[in-house]
Design a protein around this ligand. Structure first.
Ligand code: HC0
Ligand code: SF4
Length: 511
């Protein structure tokens, strides 16, 4: 810097008024010495793979013999430069403490392999890695293979991807790129593109019904019995589910049995949609574009096999989709807007909110309140659920349409460290809730471990405000008012929590 101090470009924040020199003798000497160190450490092991770009690594990854993976993330210590950023993300942001940098590349603590640790697959470490030494397990080859085999390719896209994919492709942060994202997927060879936000609405119907019947029992119970029942937790974040299974197994019965919107969409694509389009389910390759690395593990859960079939065949992160768009030279900003495919492509504003912390809660309240009170919740934008705080809470007074006014105590946690602190408080009786939303990444899915890497400190705010805009633009704002949701119950599921809905849209957990 102008004051003569030397700072590292990869880990220093810039601020207004600073000025830098990058060509002084001291800077050049430092750069040369860092490079000599790295070269000495890595060249003898595997010369060809040294310092490939992240782009190249993704297309030919998983070849080095010391690569370690748990099916969600992958560590290649050979390309690690020991910067310690992944370790800090895991131990300081997430408070998981899974990783250590040893001077010979990052590895899990204690000599364990990744799949022997309690890593929840959140991928926050991958977002901070500057070399691609820790990254998501790529599923791009699965997509190429399916296209080559002539399968019918059906993509679904998560709520948080449309507000961040632009960052990978030359669109400013904070814009909603839904139409261009659908067009890009069609240009990449997808026959159909359907919307995870549609099944987010379906989740509200299933999880909301589960919540209402649970609350009716709780409100009829004695205060001691009600306390013992504890809260119902959302179950759509796979890292959170992994966390409950490994760290809080005594709370497994409190997790909603509703599958995540991504997995619900898998079931719907390979049954209802396949039948409507007259395609055999086994001829469909169905992949999801998600802001999340843990979703890559969720599709392999035994409990998700439906009718002997895996319902989602691959998961690409937002970053992987960005790489594909660039690799195929698609001019994303110039694409005309395209529409999702019906009849599983329409979403209400409520479904669109799922991509932010507090969004599932706000969406659920819009429907559950109306069913219980027989009239709408006063406001569509429920302020206590909004914003980026790691823990939010509120009490909602519900004047039951056929009885007295009851209170629903809600809690919202984002970032797994906040969720774990909240869990310890719940267990100790310091916090009491009826319904709790948890997302393992800071800010919810918009800050997911598969999202574009960014140095913009306001990036989460920009993505969140784009999600609120996306909600405001919707024709319907409540899940139960989505005409395609009404249609799928009428034609296929009957009613929420029906036998068929349980078979295709609900799950169990591993204890
Ligand atoms: Fe999310 Fe989801 S909102 S977990 O954060 O519920 O990944 O965006 O797709 O499934 O809908 C991620 C985002 C999803 C799911 C939805 C939920
Ligand atoms: Fe830690 Fe999450 Fe990375 Fe696992 S995926 S090592 S829990 S930051």
């Amino acid at each position: 810097m102008e004051d003569g101090s030397l700072v590292m470009a990869c880990s220093s924040k810039v601020s207004d008024g600073q000025s830098f020199r990058t060509d002084t003798a001291r800077v050049k000497a430092k750069a040369a010495s860092v490079f000599r160190e790295l070269k000495a450490k890595t060249m003898p092991i595997q010369p060809v793979r040294r310092f490939k770009t992240e782009f190249e690594q993704t297309f030919d990854q998983v070849t080095a013999c010391d690569v370690d993976t748990n099916g969600m993330i992958l560590i290649d210590p050979a390309v690690c430069v020991d910067c310690g950023r992944c370790e800090a993300a895991c131990s300081k942001i997430q408070e998981m403490g899974i990783l250590e940098t040893t001077g010979t590349g990052v590895r899990p603590h204690g000599g364990l392999r990744l799949d022997e640790t309690m890593c929840i697959g959140c991928g926050q470490c991958t977002s901070f890695c500057p070399t691609g030494s820790i990254q998501e397990v790529s599923h791009i080859e699965r997509l190429y293979a399916a296209i080559a085999e002539g399968k019918t390719i059906v993509a679904q896209t998560a709520p948080a991807v449309r507000v961040s994919i632009g960052e990978e492709c030359g669109v400013p942060a904070g814009e909603v790129s839904t139409g261009k994202m659908v067009a890009a997927l069609k240009a990449l060879g997808c026959n159909y593109v359907v919307d995870t936000d549609f099944t987010a609405d379906l989740t509200i119907m299933e999880e909301g019904t589960e919540l209402i019947s649970r609350m009716q029992k709780k409100w009829a119970a004695t205060p001691e019995q009600a306390d013992k029942m504890g809260p119902m937790f959302t179950s759509c974040c796979p890292s959170w589910v992994n966390n409950v299974e490994t760290r809080f197994p005594d709370y497994l019965d409190n997790l909603s049995t509703a599958r995540s919107p991504m997995m619900m969409m898998g079931s719907v694509v390979k049954t209802y949609f396949a039948r409507k389009m007259d395609i055999k389910p086994e001829d469909i390759f169905h992949f999801a574009v998600m802001p999340c690395t843990a979703k890559k593990g969720e599709i392999d859960r035994m409990q998700m096999v439906t009718g002997g079939m895996k319902v989602v065949d691959a998961v690409l992160t937002t970053r992987e989709l960005g790489k594909l768009i660039r690799k195929h030279h698609i001019d994303f900003p110039a694409l005309p807007n395209a529409e999702f495919d019906s009849p599983i492509g329409n979403s209400s504003g409520a479904g669109r909110l799922f991509g932010t912390t507090g969004g599932v809660m706000e969406a659920a309240l819009r429907t559950a309140y109306e069913i219980l009170a027989g009239k709408p919740l006063g406001t569509l934008s429920y302020t206590p659920a909004r914003g980026l705080s790691g823990i939010k809470e509120a009490s909602v007074e519900i004047p039951l349409k056929d009885g007295p006014t009851k209170t629903l105590r809600i809690g919202i946690a984002s970032g797994i460290s906040n969720a774990n602190n909240m869990m310890h408080d719940i267990r100790a009786g310091r916090r009491r809730y009826d319904f709790v939303e948890v997302m393992a990444c800071p800010g919810g899915c918009l800050g997911g471990g598969g999202q574009p890497k960014s140095l913009d400190p306001r990036i989460l705010e920009k993505r969140q405000s784009a999600i609120y805009t996306d909600d405001e633009r919707a024709t319907q704002r409540k899940a139960h008012e989505n005409p395609e949701i009404q249609q799928i119950y009428k034609e296929f599921f009957g009613e929420p929590n029906s036998h068929k809905a349980h078979e295709l849209l609900h799950t169990a957990y591993a204890d």
